[in-house]
Design a protein around this ligand. Structure first.
Ligand code: 9MR
Length: 351
């Protein structure tokens, strides 16, 4: 039977397949905009905090944690019976100034242990999964020379997963990265997963961030990644999905936040609205991706969009500041885009 359009939602259409999540801004966690809030509750059943759980916000000083917003985030998820994902415990980016000054291995080890233990214990049984380590790999699959690797060597990776498991033995623990569907980085990621397991660490899943383009990456690479990660014994989550429709300086892929380029008209072709021909391309791209996700739904735990609507997307400011991008399923006025319909139509009779 054909459902009323207003009764249809992403989370209900995909309820037997995987969680459908979104990243929330601080304002969304605080329910500041009633229209956005009702859209979030209607469409999504999993949440990630886009920024407020990162170390610089939650742990601004050595002896001071600030849980005011993270408490609200957890309460929001509980109140709405949503799957709650914690992002992120150990990441070289968005570190508080005091963390950036740590040079000594003993001090760094103490910081990582205290940070993970304090936060994971506090939300034990309330957070459903954690990004324990974020973006520790280079594009060629080797380990990134981050402040953690430089001070501690690669042992910090296994230790981080062990400390997280000790603080909450039941919570799912993920390693999360961008471009880790690309062959070399994927191979490095699988080697890392095996190393953590072999050393007695608990790792339950891999997060493929999925900051993608209209034509990149190829579906074949995404499919190989789902199969290979799953064969390595971990769940696969797509954790930060968005699809940029804008031209790319230097054919840049991924999400290194340090890359920025000057704004110019050629690089910002749709400042007012997205032409229908590109809406259609975006809809087709989303449909082919979700079709693949459905084919492998037994291996996929969650698909989370990096933001609720186009107006809030980080891609309006990266890799060039001040552009207008259209990467999500809802436009800046919270209206369904063609891409929304194409994702829904895979599950519901044509509207
Ligand atoms: O979307 C986030 C943006 O608001 C922040 O300014 C940025 C700062 O580093 O982080 C963005 O989120 C990133 C996520 O935490 C990790 N993967 C890449 C995401 C996009 O940069």
């Amino acid at each position: 039977m054909k459902k009323e359009k207003s009764a249809i939602s992403l989370k209900d259409s995909y309820k037997n397949d995987f969680y459908i999540g979104t990243a929330l801004s601080a304002d969304q966690i605080e329910e500041k905009n009633a229209k956005e809030d009702s859209l979030i509750k209607k469409e999504f059943n999993a949440i990630t905090a886009e920024n407020i759980m990162k170390s610089m916000f939650v742990h601004p000083f050595k002896d001071k944690y600030d849980f005011a917003l993270t408490d609200k985030f957890i309460a929001y998820g509980e109140k709405n019976k949503m799957f709650i994902h914690g992002h992120t415990l150990i990441w070289h980016s968005q570190l508080a100034p005091w963390m950036q000054k740590i040079k000594d291995s003993t001090e760094m080890k103490a910081f990582i242990k205290d940070h993970i233990t304090t936060i994971v214990s506090k939300y034990k049984g309330r957070v459903d999964s954690w990004d324990v380590v974020n973006e520790a790999l280079n594009e060629d699959g080797t380990l990134r020379k981050s402040i953690f690797l430089n001070t501690l060597g690669e042992s910090y990776l296994v230790d981080a997963f062990k400390w997280a498991a000790a603080a909450d033995p039941k919570v799912d623990l993920y390693y999360n990265d961008y471009n880790n569907e690309a062959p070399a980085k994927r191979a490095g990621n699988i080697a890392l997963i095996k190393k953590i397991k072999a050393a007695g660490g608990k790792i339950d899943g891999v997060g493929i961030q999925a900051h993608w383009k209209l034509n990149h990456p190829a579906l074949e690479e995404i499919e190989k990644s789902i199969l290979e990660y799953s064969a390595a014994g971990v769940k696969v989550a797509f954790t930060e999905l968005d699809i940029s429709v804008l031209p790319d300086p230097h054919n840049l892929n991924g999400a290194d936040v340090n890359q920025n380029f000057e704004l110019n008209a050629k690089m910002n072709p749709y400042p007012k609205s997205l032409p229908d021909s590109v809406q259609v391309k975006l809809a087709e791209r989303y449909a082919s991706i979700f079709k693949l996700f459905l084919k492998h739904k037994d291996k996929i735990s969650r698909v989370t969009f990096w933001g609720v609507h186009d107006g809030q997307s980080w891609l309006n400011d990266w890799p060039i500041k001040g552009r207008t991008n259209y990467p999500l399923l809802f436009d800046k006025d919270l209206k369904h885009k063609k891409a929304y319909n194409s994702v829904i139509e895979l599950k519901e009779t044509k509207q």
